[in-house]
Design a protein around this ligand. Structure first.
Ligand code: ADP
Ligand code: ZN
Length: 609
């Protein structure tokens, strides 16, 4: 019998397990139940795929992501694994064929949609082959929780697996880790006896950056041109209208950009998603409707032109970058205007008051994160209850360019008392005019030249004042009154500042003071980042990618199903001369070596000549 390690090497072409993978594989292969919590890109699939290959019979994988099953099965087939799927997208004939393969014991892995698995006929059929069931894998297990946004009622009925197949091991997997969801998964899926494998949710290959909005489109363009000229990525916007406008504008600027939102025709959505998955270097401009079930491993960047709704949203949306473990960038531009529109959206929604209150608190937590001067990796993880992460990750703006702060107690007092004196009825634009002592129509209309705060703030520019106001809102000293069209109001927390009992330190916006970039010496991620960046200009790299695309087109699969970027990078860096040398590279198992080894060796040979 093979060992887990042998399968890892021969079939998947990887040299070593990652993190908890080996422990999970051994536990499940030995017949134990497991609950696996691992971040996106952590390598959950191997946790059930290898035990399914090690154990006798077929592994049944339950997944709600019907759109992904085809690609998953294609990827396994490329590895020489006998895999198939059953869901509503198959015609009756094909479904019958797959069912026959299942019953005759011809499959290693079968992906099924939950409603199909739970149908009476299917369960009865499984009972007939119950001693030929290697395991049940329940992917996206958080779908059982009604608190998440992905609740699937059918998932509740999956306890039937435990009742009817008590001897078949079950492994539930999710990238959603908060404690209430975890408890609910255990309870709803009857996994009390299961061993829990909890990984860190850090995504060390993702670089986080948050910047102040200041002509967001141009900032986005600068970011894309400087760092991602040929890469696939996602640009998130809040509204459908903005999605379409931004996509059209990027196209005008020469980018291969496509829109995606729930209001588009289903066929267009489908087509755009397909192009994003199958082609190289497509930029998807999208609302949050895009993402769930997007399994593209080489999304190199995620940009936010608008704020997400919460830290959870931010983590999830940025988490779609860099699933393959190669360096990925996330970038977000935000300003006070975003806070106003987000609050407006929450308050004008028809959720119950209690729910709105929670949503506003979540938004506040996100604002705190945006303005934080600490390591972003650390701050994110702390929010999710993970402590003990060393700072200075080298992969976030705050660590790469330590933020300058300044003693702003006096300025905060001016800003707050200006709000107070003018009756808490005005937005930042007008308040700043008062502080700067401008004579505008509105100032004359309200006689604000008579306020004691009129003209007391000439030491700062209007940009600096708007930075002060933004940060006071983020710190909870001011709130934005949405019904009052974005007017600012004092909170209780402002009192001690006004009374001189509390000091205020604010960050200096990057645009205001340019500090020299101070890079920490990097580890693996930095090296990879450099390797990837230089690869992008290497003609051999382009030739390897072209070969991959050609093979992918021939077979009607996405390029990454042939080889991941990381594997192409291995080829580029090691320049194997023989099949044997090539077989040693990470990501090249026996099946792929046999199938594609020579084609890629030829590309290398041609290039040398
Ligand atoms: P998840 O489902 O947790 O998001 P995947 O199972 O899709 O993650 O794995 C993410 C990526 O990491 C895939 O490209 C996969 O091939 C790769 N990977 C997983 N395990 C290993 C390993 N032990 N060594 C190298 N690459 C791995
Ligand atoms: Zn950091």
């Amino acid at each position: 019998m093979s060992s887990p390690h042998q399968i890892l090497q021969d079939v998947f072409g990887y040299a070593a397990f990652r993190g908890e993978q080996q422990a999970v594989v051994e536990h499940v292969a030995a017949g134990g139940d497991a609950l696996v919590l691992m971040p996106t890109g952590g390598g959950k699939s191997l946790c059930y795929q290898i035990p399914a290959l090690l154990r006798e019979g077929v592994g049944i994988v339950v997944s709600p992501l019907i759109a992904l099953m085809q690609d998953q099965v294609d990827a396994l087939t490329q590895l020489g694994v006998k895999a198939a799927f059953l869901n509503s997208s198959l015609d009756a004939n094909t479904a019958r064929t797959v069912f026959g393969q299942l019953m005759r014991g011809e499959l290693d892995l079968l992906y099924v949609a939950p409603e199909r698995l739970l149908s009476a006929g299917f369960l009865t059929a499984l009972e007939q082959i119950q001693d030929q069931l290697a395991l049940f894998a329940i992917d996206e297990a958080h779908c059982v929780s009604q608190w998440g946004h992905d609740f699937r009622p059918e998932y509740r009925a999956l306890t039937v697996l435990h009742e009817r197949f008590p001897n078949v091991p079950r492994i539930a997997l999710t990238a959603t880790a908060d404690a209430p969801t975890r408890r609910e998964i255990v309870e709803r899926l009857a996994l009390e006896q299961a061993r829990q494998f909890v990984s860190s949710f850090d995504r060390p290959n993702i670089r986080y950056r948050v910047t102040n909005k200041n002509n967001a489109r141009q900032q986005l363009l600068a970011f894309l041109s400087a760092e991602h000229p040929n890469d696939a990525g996602i640009v998130y916007c809040l509204s459908r209208k903005k999605v379409e406008e931004t996509a059209a504008w990027l196209q005008e600027q020469g980018w291969d950009a496509l829109p995606y939102h729930a209001g588009l025709d289903a066929s267009i959505r489908h087509q755009n998603q397909r192009r994003f998955l199958r082609e190289e270097g497509v930029v998807m401009v999208a609302t949050v409707a895009f993402g769930m079930g997007i399994d593209k491993p080489n999304v190199r960047f995620v940009a936010h032109l608008d704020l997400p709704k919460s830290m959870e949203g931010y983590y999830q949306e940025t988490g779609r970058a860099g699933r393959d473990g190669l360096p990925a960038n996330t970038w977000m531009a935000y300003g006070l205007g975003d806070v106003v529109s987000m609050r407006q959206m929450v308050q004008s929604g028809d959720a119950p008051e209690e729910r709105k209150r929670v949503e506003l608190l979540k938004l506040d937590a996100l604002l705190g994160f945006c303005e934080s001067t600490e390591c972003r990796h650390q701050t994110l993880l702390r929010y999710f209850g993970e402590e003990n992460h060393a700072g200075n990750c080298g992969e976030c703006d705050n660590c790469l360019t330590p933020v300058a702060t300044w003693q702003a107690t006096r300025e905060a007092q001016m800003a707050l008392s200006c709000v107070y004196r003018s009756g808490q009825r005005f937005g930042t634009g007008h308040l700043i005019d008062v502080l700067l002592g401008k004579t505008t129509v509105r100032i004359e209309q309200f006689q604000h030249q008579n306020l004691s705060t009129f003209g007391i703030g000439k030491e700062l520019t209007d940009k600096q004042w708007s930075s002060v106001y933004r940060q006071l809102v983020a710190a909870g000293l001011l709130t934005v009154d949405v019904e009052g069209y974005g007017s600012l109001q004092l909170t209780e927390a402002a009192r001690p500042v006004l009374r001189g009992e509390r000091d205020i330190w604010l960050r200096r916006d990057a645009e205001v003071v340019k500090k020299p970039r101070e890079r920490r010496t990097g580890e693996r991620a930095d090296e990879l980042r450099a390797a990837y960046a230089s690869a992008n200009e290497d003609p051999l790299w382009l030739a390897l990618k072209a070969k991959r695309l050609e093979l992918a087109r021939e077979q009607g699969v996405p390029p990454y199903v042939i080889f991941h970027d990381s594997t192409l990078l291995e080829i580029l860096n090691h320049l194997p001369q023989t099949l044997e040398e090539m077989g040693k590279l990470s990501g090249i198992g026996q099946a792929k070596l046999a199938r594609y080894g020579n084609e890629f060796l030829q590309v290398l040979a041609k290039h040398e000549a």
